[in-house]
Design a protein around this ligand. Structure first.
Ligand code: ADP
Ligand code: MG
Length: 264
């Protein structure tokens, strides 16, 4: 039986879909069988990040409405044959999949897959409750902005109310230079406010935007880019390996030095 993990947030646009695409790909690159479930109905875009948008025939709503089997709706990744996507519907109502139906789909996937990663809508939106209902574990993502952190705090409360006692935190779009200058909340500040366990830190990285536009998760580049390294550290941590966060900051300054040398 596999494990299901929901990736969620308080505020929208903080990096949930990016994280699901990269962490899922990273787990699959290590040979694990992974299903990615897009539950952001009406706003689907996990397929775009994976470059699979043209391969979708059925979606999760078709599955729960009995129009196709779960197997028929799963889209195999182009690069990794142990990575699959269950797409969201583009046009349906956000409440098209009930809590019970979602639990059923996720449980069926857990029989076949080692990891089921669920990309959810933000906590304030409809569909959040069904998205989190089938998950064994929850990951909350926030950026270091005050408004996002406040919403993350709220969503942690909501998760707890629905039985997710120990969600873990990913802080995305961190700029170490700004943190150093006191212009951005540091990860320590966030952990003080939110008091949950840290799973990972992802730096702001323009290369990530390029990879999103190409439909190829940045984690494919190994550790070439700082965000790719960050996602690899998160994957290691999920798999229970010991990871030091200093590794990321050190390598960021290391990569920057190298970059400056090449730039002249
Ligand atoms: P969500 O799924 O939470 O709505 P997305 O994963 O779609 O958020 O990310 C929203 C946008 O933020 C992406 O299109 C990307 O341009 C940008 N983004 C996310 N993470 C980073 C990052 N670490 N560095 C730079 N841009 C990022
Ligand atoms: Mg999203």
């Amino acid at each position: 039986m596999g494990k299901s993990i929901v990736v969620t947030s308080g505020k929208g646009g903080v990096g949930k879909t990016t994280a699901v695409a990269n962490i899922g790909t990273g787990l699959a690159m290590r040979g694990l069988k992974v299903a990615l479930v897009d539950t952001d109905i009406g706003l689907r875009n996990l397929d775009l990040l994976l470059g699979l948008e043209n391969r979708i025939v059925y979606n999760i709503v078709d599955v729960v409405e009995g129009k196709c089997s779960l197997k028929q709706a799963l889209v195999k990744d182009k690069r990794l044959n142990n990575l699959y996507l269950l797409p969201a519907a583009q046009t349906k109502e956000k409440e098209a999949v009930s809590v019970e139906q979602m639990k059923g789909v996720i449980n069926d996937l857990k029989i076949e897959f080692d990891y089921v990663l669920i990309d959810s809508p933000a906590g304030i939106e409809h569909g959040f409750k069904s998205a989190i209902s089938g998950a064994d574990e929850a990951i909350v993502i926030t950026t270091p902005e005050v408004s996002a952190v406040r919403d993350a705090d709220r969503v942690i409360g909501l998760l707890e109310a629905y039985g997710h006692r120990d969600p873990r935190l990913i802080v995305n779009r961190v700029r170490f230079d700004m943190v150093k200058n006191g212009e951005m909340l540091g990860v320590d500040d966030l952990l003080d406010i939110l008091s949950i366990e840290l799973l990972g830190i992802i730096p702001e990285d323009e290369n990530l935007i390029i990879s999103i536009n190409k439909g190829e998760p940045i984690i494919y580049s190994g550790n070439k880019y700082k965000s790719a390294l960050a996602f690899n550290l998160i994957v290691k941590r999920l798999l229970g390996e010991d990871v030091s966060w200093d590794e990321l900051e050190k390598s960021e300054s290391f990569l920057e030095k190298i970059f400056k040398i090449f730039k002249g």
